[in-house]
Design a protein around this ligand. Structure first.
Ligand code: PRX
Length: 663
C-alpha cells in the first residue's frame, strides 16, 4: 500500500486550486449537460447513448447480459462492422475530408482522405483474404508509426479477423512469445522506419522472431517505408509478400464489411502483469467501439471538423482507442507522426501543431516533463492554439500540469487527465471537461455509468476525504472492458477479480474489478491516482512487469538471482534498478553488466533497459522466501526502510544499502 508519507503529500495536494474550464470551451463542448451522470445511473441502459453513436447492421436485443460474471456480454445480439463505422459511413458526408494525416520523420506527408482510406483498406482486406486470412484468424502486426498500421487494423476489422498489434519497440523474442500465445499464422511488418534521420532496419526482427516461435507463420506481409525495399532487407520465398505487390494485384477491389457479432473479438493487446508471461487483453467489437466513440466525443470533445492529435504510439492501447477507433468512428482528422520529438530540432512537435492547425492535443506526463525540461522557447516559437489537451498513462505532477496549462495551452485550453488501462479499453476516470473544474494532479471523477471506489486490503471501503489511500476498484461492468485474457479465463479471474469478489456468486454486484492502482479520493469526489500497487512498473508511460524483467535477467548464466525495483526518475516517472546476485566464483564486472542489459534488450526491447545494475550478496527475503521488492525500492530511492520484521534476516537491506553505496 502507499506509504504514510504519500498520505501527507495528499493532504497538501488536496488543497490544490481548481481551474474552471474556459468559457469559450464550454460554449462549444459536445457535452455540457450535467444530467448525463443521472442518465447513465440508469444502469446499464445509459450506455445505449454511446451505442447509438454507431451504425448497427442489427440492433441488440439486450444491453447487458450479466448472468455469468465476470464474463459479461454487451449489446447482445447486435451486429456491426468496425471498419464500416470508421470509414464507409463517412463517405457520403465527408469522403474528401482527411481521415489520417501522417507526417514521416523525414518530412514526407500523407493526407489520407476517408475515400483514400476506403480504397486502401479495401485493397488490403482483399489481399488478406487472398492470402488465406479468414474470419476469426488472428493477424499479428509489428509496426512503427506508419499509415499502413491503422490501415491493416481496419482491413482486419473489415473481414472479421482480430488483430494483435505488438509495439514496434518490442524485441524479436517478445514478438515470438506473443505470436505463439495468439496462435497467429499471419504477420504484418515493414522493412524499416526513420528514427533520428536514419532508415532503421525493422524486418529482421520479424525473421528472428519467426525462427524462435513455435507457431508456424504462413504469410508475412512486408510493407515498405520508402520507395523500394530497404537495402539489406531480404524476403523469404513463399512466406513473405510485399504489400506493394499485394495491393497491385487487388487494385480497386472492394470487400463487403462482414457483420460481426457485438461480442466477437475485435483485437487482443498484450500487456504486462504480475507474472513473467504477458497477458492478452481480449476486446470485443460492439461494446468496445461504443465506449471509445462515446468517450472520444464527450471526454476528448472530438468533432468531425477538428484536427486531433494523439501523440502516442498505436502499438499501445491509447493509440488503438484514441488514434484509430474512437476518432475515426467520429469522422475526424487524426494526426500521426512517425519519429522522434526532437528531430531535427526540439520544436518539431510544435511545428507540426502549427502547420496543421491542431485543435486537440493528447500526450503523456513523461512527454510534458521532457518539453518542460527543454524549455518554453521551443513552443513559444510557434503559433498554435489548442482548445483541449489530454494527459494519460501516469500521474502528472501539479507543477508539470501547470506548465502544460500555461505554456502549451496558453490558459485557453482545458486539460483532461484520463485514468484508464489496457484492460479497460477506454477512459474510466476523468473530468467531462465542460462540466467539472480541473484540478492539477487529479484524474477527476468516475465517468458516466462508471462505478469506482477505494477499498482497503480487507475489502472495507475507504471513503472520500479519508487521509488514507486505497485500492482502486471498479464496481460495475462497462462496455469497453476486456472480455477475458486470451485463452486464459482462470488468469483473468485471478488477476482482476478474485481479491475483492465473491467468486462463487452469480450476482454481478458481488464482482469487483481490482485495477492494481492505489488512489485517494478527495471530499468532493476527485480521484488522485498514486500508481501501481502490484509488481508492475510504469516506465515513461510504458507498462513493465518486474517479473518479465527478472526472468530476462535470469537468462544470463552468470546471474544466480535477480530482483527489480522501481527508482523515481524526474523525467520518466520510474526507471528499473536491477539487483543481482552473481553465481559463485563470478566477479562483478562491466562485462557482466553489459550482458544483463543486452539480455533485457533481447528479451523485451530497448525501452525496458535497466537504469542501474547493482551487484549484491543477498536479497531481502521473507521467511517463506519471497523477495520484498518494496525494501529494494526504499534503497533505490534513498528512503527510510519500511517494515523489515518479516524478513528472514532483517539486516540484509542495510547491508545492501552499504554495498551499493547509497545509489
Ligand atoms: O497505473 C495506472 C497508469 O497506467 C496504468 C495502465 O497502463 P496501460 O495499461 O499501459 O495503459 C496506459 C494508457 C491507458 C494504470 O494502471 N495510469 C494510466 N492513466 C493514468 C495512470 N496513472 C495516473 N493517472 C492517469 N491518468
Amino acid at each position: 500500500m502507499p506509504t504514510q508519507q504519500s498520505a501527507t503529500i495528499e493532504a497538501r495536494l488536496s488543497e490544490q486550486k481548481s481551474f474552471p474550464p474556459p468559457k469559450s470551451f464550454v460554449e462549444q463542448a459536445n457535452m455540457k449537460d450535467p444530467g448525463i451522470y443521472e442518465r447513465f445511473e440508469n444502469f446499464p441502459d445509459g450506455f445505449v447513448e454511446y451505442a447509438e453513436l454507431l451504425d448497427w447492421d442489427e440492433r441488440w436485443d439486450k444491453v447487458l447480459d450479466a448472468s455469468d460474471p465476470p464474463f459479461y456480454q454487451w449489446f447482445v445480439g447486435g451486429k456491426l462492422n468496425v471498419s464500416k463505422n470508421c470509414i464507409d459511413r463517412h463517405l457520403d458526408t465527408r469522403g474528401d475530408k482527411v481521415a489520417l494525416l501522417w507526417e514521416g520523420e523525414d518530412g514526407e506527408v500523407q493526407k489520407i482522405t476517408y475515400r483514400d482510406l476506403y480504397k486502401r483498406v479495401n485493397e488490403f482486406a482483399a489481399g488478406l483474404r487472398a492470402l488465406g486470412v479468414k474470419e476469426g484468424d488472428i493477424v499479428t502486426m509489428h509496426m512503427p508509426m506508419v499509415p499502413e498500421l491503422p490501415i491493416a487494423m481496419l482491413a482486419c476489422a473489415r473481414i472479421g479477423a482480430p488483430h494483435s498489434v505488438v509495439f514496434g519497440g518490442f524485441s524479436a523474442k517478445a514478438l515470438a512469445t506473443r505470436i505463439d500465445d495468439a496462435g497467429s499464422r499471419f504477420l504484418v511488418t515493414i522493412d524499416g522506419y526513420y528514427r533520428r534521420g536514419e532508415l532503421l532496419d525493422h524486418k529482421s526482427k520479424a525473421d528472428e522472431a519467426l525462427s524462435m516461435a513455435d507457431q508456424e507463420v504462413e504469410k508475412v506481409i512486408v510493407c515498405t517505408r520508402h520507395g523500394g525495399l530497404r537495402e539489406g532487407t531480404t524476403l523469404v520465398q513463399g512466406r513473405d509478400v510485399l504489400l506493394s505487390d499485394l495491393v497491385a494485384e487487388h487494385e480497386g477491389e472492394t470487400v463487403e464489411p462482414v457483420p460481426r457479432d457485438a461480442e466477437d473479438i475485435l483485437f487482443i493487446m498484450y500487456t504486462s502483469g504480475t507474472t513473467g508471461s504477458p497477458k492478452g487483453a481480449q476486446h470485443r467489437t460492439g461494446g468496445y467501439l461504443a465506449y471509445v466513440t462515446g468517450t472520444s466525443k464527450y471526454v476528448l470533445d472530438i468533432k468531425p471538423d477538428d484536427t486531433y492529435w494523439c501523440n502516442a504510439d498505436i502499438g499501445w492501447i491509447t493509440g488503438h482507442s484514441y488514434i484509430v477507433y474512437g476518432p475515426l468512428a467520429l469522422g475526424t482528422t487524426s494526426v500521426m507522426y512517425e519519429g522522434a520529438p526532437d528531430f531535427p530540432h526540439k520544436d518539431r512537435i510544435w511545428a507540426i501543431a502549427e502547420k496543421y492547425d491542431v485543435d486537440i492535443y493528447h500526450t503523456s506526463p513523461t512527454a510534458v516533463r521532457m518539453f518542460m525540461k527543454w524549455g518554453r522557447e521551443y513552443p513559444d516559437k510557434h503559433d498554435f492554439h489548442f482548445r483541449h489537451m489530454t494527459t494519460v498513462g501516469e500521474p502528472i505532477q501539479p507543477m508539470a500540469w501547470m506548465w502544460y496549462y500555461e505554456v502549451i495551452g496558453h490558459k485557453e485550453a482545458v486539460i483532461v487527465d484520463t485514468w484508464w488501462q489496457t484492460e479497460t479499453g477506454g477512459h474510466l476516470i476523468s473530468n467531462l471537461p465542460a462540466i467539472q473544474d480541473m484540478r492539477p494532479g487529479h484524474a477527476g471523477k468516475p465517468l458516466p455509468g462508471i462505478g469506482a471506489k477505494l477499498l482497503d486490503d480487507n475489502g472495507e471501503e475507504v471513503g472520500a476525504g479519508a487521509s488514507k489511500a486505497g485500492n482502486l476498484v471498479i464496481t460495475r461492468p462497462w462496455p469497453g472492458m476486456l472480455q477475458t485474457l486470451y485463452n486464459d479465463d482462470d488468469r483473468f479471474i485471478k488477476e482482476y477479480w478474485e481479491t475483492f469478489s465473491d467468486t462463487r456468486s452469480k450476482d454481478w454486484h458481488d464482482w469487483v474489478y481490482r485495477a492494481g492502482d492505489g488512489a485517494f479520493v478527495s471530499k468532493d469526489g476527485y480521484f488522485r491516482i498514486l500508481g501501481r500497487l502490484d509488481d508492475v512498473m510504469n516506465v515513461a508511460g510504458h507498462r513493465l512487469g518486474t517479473m518479465e524483467l527478472e526472468s530476462a535477467v535470469a537468462q544470463v548464466e552468470e546471474v544466480a538471482e535477480a530482483a527489480v525495483a522501481g527508482r523515481h526518475d524526474a523525467q520518466k516517472g520510474t526507471v528499473p534498478d536491477v539487483y543481482v546476485i552473481l553465481r559463485e566464483g563470478v566477479d562483478p564486472s562491466d562485462a557482466v553488466r553489459g550482458k544483463i542489459v543486452r539480455a533485457v534488450e533481447e528479451e523485451i526491447g530497448k525501452f525496458a533497459r535497466p537504469a542501474n545494475v547493482l551487484f549484491v550478496d543477498d536479497l531481502p527475503k521473507t521467511r517463506s522466501g519471497k523477495i520484498m521488492r518494496r525494501l529494494l525500492e526504499n534503497i533505490s530511492n534513498d528512503e527510510k526502510l519500511g517494515d523489515t520484521t518479516t524478513l528472514r534476516d532483517p539486516s540484509v537491506p542495510e547491508r545492501i544499502r552499504e554495498q551499493v553505496g547509497g545509489t
